[in-house]
Design a binder for this molecule. Structure first.
Ligand code: CA
Ligand code: CA
Length: 281
């Protein structure tokens, strides 16, 4: 009898390990191959692919909690990122970073960090965006910040290729990752340097291709805005935006004067879910 019970348990266990996730309205399935499996703090994570050749398109993620709750999702691509000691926020509780990509020319990336407490907690949730979220310890305190971009500006004033994608930063606050772009000016030095070079090249007329005036001006303006330097952002816009150069047949919105453009920029900024409020002067 003991043998029978053991066999039943074995087959139930084996079945649970090999039964692929099924979705009623699957986009990339059916899933047939277990690509990888990870056990961490009592949780099990299984990644499945739709064929036996590790097909590039389509991944299903099955998460099994310590008490047996099963959650299954699918996307064009899903990856599990393991970090040092599997503890991103260094609080002693293991975490896992789940990265997803929806497919397409440049969109969209999503990142979720689960803290594997009981129950699990979402401590970082980066909504689908043109830019992936990247963990980097910007202030050298041992806990990485997350950086991505605010893609609210894509296509707002010019084509995608010309659109600025200003950096945004999230910081661990003890409970969750929260937006804290204004506290990390070091994250903006590279894009400010590139924008200044573009500005000077446009002045010197040494560029082969002239971007839309709105977006070349935004490239210099937005980093200051996201750093919380509102007055410098306004000065950068006045310096870099020349309404008289706007062509009458511009496809995207253009403005007759700097002040109208500035007010429109502030409106777009304040409407973005990834903005941090500007302090009142
Ligand atoms: Ca942790
Ligand atoms: Ca840090």
């Amino acid at each position: 009898m003991k043998t029978l019970v053991a066999l039943i348990f074995f087959f139930a266990f084996a079945f649970a390990q090999t039964n692929p996730p099924e979705f009623p309205d699957t986009v990339y399935g059916p899933y047939v191959k277990l690509v990888s499996s990870l056990e961490l703090n009592g949780y099990t994570f299984e990644l499945w692919s739709p064929d036996s050749k590790d097909s590039f398109a389509g991944r299903a993620l099955r998460t099994i909690s310590p008490d047996g709750e099963v959650i299954e999702t699918e996307d064009f691509m899903i990856e599990l990122a393991q970090t040092d000691n599997n503890d991103i926020n260094k609080n002693g509780i293991p975490d896992i970073e789940i990265q997803s990509f929806s497919g397409g020319a440049h969109c969209c990336f999503g990142t979720t960090v689960l803290e594997l407490s009981s129950p699990a907690a979402v401590i970082f949730d980066h909504p689908f965006s043109e830019c992936p979220a990247v963990a980097e310890d910007l202030d050298n305190d041992g806990i990485p910040e997350y950086q991505s971009c605010d893609d609210r500006w894509a296509y707002e004033y010019c084509s995608y290729a010309e659109s600025p994608l200003p950096t945004v930063v999230w910081r661990w606050n003890g409970d969750v990752y929260e937006l804290a772009s204004q506290d990390y000016p070091q994250a903006y030095q590279a894009e400010l340097s590139r924008a200044l070079e573009l500005f000077l090249s446009l002045r010197a007329e040494t560029v082969e291709w002239t971007p839309a005036p709105e977006c070349s001006a935004l490239a210099l303006t937005l980093p200051y805005l996201y750093m919380g330097q509102e007055e410098l952002a306004y000065e950068a816009l006045k310096l870099s935006y020349s309404p008289e150069k706007v062509e009458d047949d511009a496809i995207f919105t253009s403005f007759d004067n700097v002040e109208d453009f500035w007010q429109n920029i502030l409106q777009v900024y304040n409407e973005s879910p990834l903005h941090t409020p500007l302090s009142q002067p």
